[in-house]
Design a protein around this ligand. Structure first.
Ligand code: ZN
Length: 286
């Protein structure tokens, strides 16, 4: 959940993509307008009004970030040198993303730099030596589902093999430094591979709020479980000032989905996949 609009960094960033998001959170005035408008409108279209507002802001900023990085990539291909790239990116950012230096509340040049660095990092593969080192020392289990590597959990899947996963996704400027890498199984890695799987999953309260509770908990797709896992990690990282990688390692793999507030229904904001008593990650539904 990206809900943090204040002057501090939500958690300790290790990638240019995270820094870019934090810049947008802090300085993109549109996000603040949206936040104010939602607050003032008094709309009560869902039980968890605050969660919904945060969802809308988070989802729109992540979408904006993806568009900016895509622009950064295009510009890197079309302009020859850094100066031209920056000039073109400034102009096209204003034209296409509707983000003018005025709507952006701080140093626009710093933002443009971070967009270019994110676009650069995204293209960079994990160096061979580092990949091997992570595979050697990265642990025995998938950090996401917790299954043991080398064992057969599923006949079709065969022996479970480790892959190196970017904790902060590459599509959002996650780079290939050691601090952003953990071992995941292939199916978790590829489920997370598409960024929409975890931030768009925040829209789940629409789906879950109508579930008839007599039938028990709804089936929770893996994408949604991974979104819940990511939310727990960002909540932990923010509360403790750690990196996302360390947060995932402390929280441990995701567990069976459970309700947070037993009095409330099944919806995305009232579910968790981590052990609250062990990790002390509290998510208070609004
Ligand atoms: Zn896995």
């Amino acid at each position: 959940m990206i809900e943090f609009i204040d002057d501090s960094e939500p958690w300790r960033p290790t990638t240019s993509g995270e820094r870019l998001l934090f810049l947008l959170l802090k300085n993109h005035k549109e996000a603040r307008y949206l936040s104010d408008a939602l607050t003032e409108s008094g709309l009560r279209f869902a039980r968890r009004y605050g969660d919904w507002s945060n969802f809308l802001i988070g989802a729109s900023l992540l979408h904006l970030q993806q568009r900016l990085i895509k622009l950064g990539n295009d510009v890197r291909e079309s302009a020859a040198n850094r100066l031209d790239q920056i000039r073109e990116l400034r102009a096209r950012t204003c034209d296409i993303v509707q983000l003018t230096p005025i709507e952006y509340g701080a140093d626009f040049g710093e933002l443009i730099q971070e967009v270019l660095v994110s676009a650069e990092q995204m293209r960079r593969n994990i160096p061979d030596g580092l990949r091997k080192a992570v595979l050697r020392t990265g642990g025995q289990r998938c950090y996401s589902c917790g299954r043991l590597f080398g064992a057969v959990h599923d006949m079709e899947e065969g022996e479970l093999k480790p892959t190196v996963d970017h904790v902060w996704p590459r599509a959002l400027g996650g780079d290939s430094g050691e601090e952003n890498l953990l071992l995941a199984c292939q199916s978790c890695n590829s489920t997370k591979g598409h960024i929409a799987t975890w931030h768009m999953a925040w829209i789940q309260p629409i789906v879950f709020s109508d579930i008839d509770e007599v039938d028990g908990p709804p089936p929770v797709p893996r994408e949604v479980q991974m979104a819940l896992h990511m939310r727990a990690a960002t909540t932990y990282a923010r509360a403790n000032g750690t990196t996302l990688r360390d947060a995932f390692l402390t929280i441990g793999p995701r567990d069976r989905p459970a309700k947070i507030d037993l009095e409330q229904g099944y919806d995305f904001f009232n579910m968790r996949v981590h052990d609250e008593t062990r990790t002390m990650v509290k998510w208070i539904p609004g």
